[in-house]
Design a protein around this ligand. Structure first.
Ligand SMILES: [Zn+2]
Length: 216
């Protein structure tokens, strides 16, 4: 979900790895200001829907990957349908409303959710393996009614290589979850301070009072 700064590198690694079917959802068109970090796009593609430009770039890399391109905003119904149809969800969006829609759908359908965020010099990656009953959800960490200041890259800017690192880490976690390899970041929040080149991991527990996942 989201074919921007995080979705571009994440989908490149997934397609290159041979993940058989990818669904890309994004309502935007390629803009000149995207090219600094959204590495699937080229100057000649400005004005093209992102999901179309992304599909042709990914298929140029691996023609055998089946790519569904959805050029629309994700509402509740679309989130439910898309999550139910796919094995795993990467949240590469930049707004809390969509993040919470995806989280609710992943809780309901027990799908692993690999969430990434990058703004200015700060990056974070989280995995919510909602196949596990004791897994926290996105809302345990960032409640839906919480006071969050919405900051977006289009307004605040982001250090371009940071989006590559976060997106590639999301692809790494997604491939591990799909293949059942190793230990995922589930229950942990990975924080990267790019200015200090400092990585930290913070444990996240399921909130027993979480209105989204506690009763499911
Ligand atoms: Zn929760």
């Amino acid at each position: 979900m989201g074919a921007g700064g995080l979705g571009c590198p994440a989908s490149l690694y997934l397609a290159a790895a041979g993940v058989g079917r990818l669904t890309l959802a994004d309502s935007d068109k390629v803009d000149l200001t995207n090219l600094q970090r959204q590495i699937l796009y080229r100057a000649e593609g400005i004005g093209t829907p992102k999901v179309e430009a992304a599909r042709s770039a990914l298929n140029a890399l691996n023609p055998e990957v089946e790519i569904a391109a959805l050029q629309s905003r994700i509402d509740f119904k679309a989130a439910q349908m898309l999550v139910a149809q796919n094995d795993l969800v990467l949240d590469c969006t930049d707004n809390f409303a969509t993040r919470h829609l995806l989280n609710r759908a992943c809780v309901q359908h027990h799908r692993p959710l690999v969430s990434g965020a990058a703004i200015r010099f700060d990056g974070q990656v989280m995995v919510f393996d909602l196949r596990q009953p004791d897994s926290p959800c996105y809302s345990c960490l960032f409640p839906e009614d919480g006071e969050v200041e919405e900051v977006q890259c289009s307004v605040m800017g982001v250090f371009a290589p940071l989006t590559g690192i976060v997106g590639a880490t999301q692809a790494m976690e997604a491939l591990k979850l799909l293949a059942g390899i190793g230990e995922s970041l589930s229950g942990k929040l990975l924080l990267l301070d790019a200015k200090k080149a400092d990585w930290r991991t913070v444990r996240v527990k399921k909130d027993p009072a979480c209105p989204v996942c506690a009763t499911s």
